[in-house]
Write a protein that binds this ligand. Structure first.
Ligand code: HEC
Ligand code: HEC
Length: 470
């Protein structure tokens, strides 16, 4: 065989060999990006991933939207930002009479997490099960009570409080008293790592005063919730029910001390009980109902899913706000090759954090094509887990017990303080740092928490460096 003869001169061959080598390397790199091995991929949100780790990282449309999708996304952005006012007004009338804030973005600032403070913190309330109270806790006569959508989806173990529904609205339109004033007192707790390093945690206590000055009766159950980040949720909506069911292990058959289960909640459109995914106890079935409930409960804006005598907004506006949260992209992971981050990822797996914070999932079908069939890294199983008495609110929410919470997705976690100047973690924002959040883990996560506490300081730092790379 004559390789260098004829048309194949030596320099020409070398040029081709060089080119082939380049193509092979490029293909290898591309396959690493598209079909990453293990969980080590920068593409946290599959093809929706955005290469933006700046202060606007949570506000980017998914990278793979079509031109039409993108137009709809920007229309949705306007709905999400719209500030509602007291009727009569030409646009965005319908605020109140009771509300917590006047726009979605007022709580979900830059789509990031909120603070446990007035205007962002929600207090959910319910009557103890099987206990009837005739006392109306509303500031107005019963006939003037504002509509409470929660009553519409009221369920056995979360009975609404007469006059308050299942959420306290601590603001009201001009001339009307709010339902209550909420004040938070912080209790400090001192602790020590086994190596002697001290740490400090804090937990909130809500002081709730009803409009006539009387305290909220002590038998009323309360649950404090801060707004979680709202990007990547469309992908979570696109995870097949069957996947969530396969992750569940309610009887802990694999004996790892972790026994997640999906919440079962009411779907108002389907008029059926379905798996819950959204909200901090997974108490909403989908983003449409989550958004509709936010309009009516958080802003007092009635809508086609939760109308009163009329709707303050039409179906199109409700769909636009829903589309906005569905079509946000997920920020890319960073520092994949950093040795400390790599070690931290290994420790995260070793400590069995992944028993709940599932690293990799595959989405199924979704009406928004961009969300379908994506390999994603949310670090959540969307299941409910008993997190122990320290984090308990003792207020059930559908199937979720008073100690159960939905595994918080950890994607984008490291950008918390890039997006906003403060950080507040866990359902009520008690944790001022990621480290404090891990230290609060108890119940099913007790073993993982103990493993974290028992690590050498440099290993704890590596684990936190990994979380900050998300
Ligand atoms: C008063 C503050 C406030 C306002 C206003 C508000 N939200 Fe929220 N949002 C929250 C809180 C708190 C939660 C967690 C609720 C829970 O666990 O029950 C939440 C949860 C969500 C979730 C679910 C996130 C997840 O991880 O499951 C979505 C989606 C959402 N809100 C969208 C909206 C939209 C759309 C609007 C406007 C129509 C809106 N929110 C208005 C505070 C607010
Ligand atoms: C048994 C399940 C489980 C295990 C194991 C577990 N977590 Fe969690 N994690 C949760 C749940 C549930 C929440 C939400 C709790 C809440 O909001 O009160 C959470 C919240 C967090 C948060 C706060 C996120 C936020 O947005 O506020 C961080 C950080 C975190 N976990 C890290 C870890 C690390 C690190 C480990 C391993 C050492 C771990 N988790 C093990 C279930 C678990």
């Amino acid at each position: 065989m004559q390789i260098f003869g004829g048309r194949w001169s030596k320099p020409k061959f070398l040029k081709w060999a060089w080119l082939c080598g380049l193509v092979a390397i490029a293909t290898l790199l591309l396959s690493q990006i598209l079909h990453p091995t293990a969980s080590g991929s920068p593409l946290a949100g599959g093809q929706t991933t955005v290469l933006n780790r700046s202060s606007t990282a949570y506000e980017q449309p998914a990278a793979n939207l079509t031109a039409t999708d993108l137009e709809e996304h920007f229309a949705g952005d306007l709905a999400f930002d719209a500030v509602f006012v007291t009727p009569p007004a030409r646009v965005n009338a319908g605020l109140g009479p009771h509300f917590n804030n006047s726009s979605c973005v007022g709580c979900h600032i830059r789509n990031g997490r909120g603070l446990p403070e007035k205007g962002q913190l929600l207090v959910r309330v319910s009557r103890p099960e099987n206990q009837k109270t005739d006392q109306n806790l509303s500031p107005e006569p019963a006939s003037l009570n504002s509509y409470h959508a929660e009553d519409y989806i009221a369920i056995e173990n979360t009975p609404p409080v007469a006059g308050l529904g299942t959420q306290i609205q601590d603001q009201a339109v001009y001339g009307q008293p709010p339902e209550a004033q909420v004040e938070i007192n912080w209790q400090e707790h001192q602790g020590k790592y086994p190596d002697g390093t001290p740490y400090q945690l804090r937990s909130p206590q809500a002081l709730i005063t009803l409009s006539k000055g009387q305290p909220l009766p002590p038998q009323i159950k309360t649950s404090l919730r801060i707004p979680p980040p709202v990007f990547g949720l469309g992908l979570l909506e696109a995870i097949p029910d069957a996947t969530l069911q396969s992750l569940a292990d309610p009887e802990d058959q694999n004996h790892d001390g972790v026994s997640g289960r999906p919440n079962r909640v009411w779907d108002g459109q389907k008029q059926a009980e379905v798996i819950g995914r959204f909200g901090l106890k997974a108490n909403q079935p989908n983003l449409f109902q989550q958004s509709a409930a936010a309009y009516v409960n958080d802003m007092g804006v009635t809508n086609p899913l939760f109308p009163e005598s009329n709707s303050d907004i039409d179906q199109q506006t409700l769909k636009a706000a829903t589309f906005y949260v569905q079509s946000l992209g997920v920020p890319a992971r960073t520092l994949l090759d950093n040795p400390e981050v790599k070690k931290g990822e290994h420790l995260f797996t070793q400590a069995n954090c992944i028993a709940c914070h599932t690293a990799t999932l595959q989405t199924g079908a979704h009406p928004l094509q961009a969300l379908a069939k994506q390999r994603i890294h949310p670090y959540s199983d969307l299941l409910l887990h008993d997190m122990g008495p320290g984090l308990a609110d003792n207020r059930p929410d559908f199937l979720a017990s008073g100690t159960e919470w939905r595994t918080a997705p950890l994607w984008g976690l490291g950008l918390t303080q890039t997006v906003l100047p403060y950080s507040s973690f866990l359902h009520d924002g008690r944790a001022r740092s990621i480290e404090e959040a891990v230290l609060w883990h108890g119940g099913e996560a007790q073993t993982a928490q103990k493993t974290f506490k028992g690590m050498k300081e440099r290993d704890r730092k590596a684990l936190l460096a990994f979380l900050n790379s998300l």
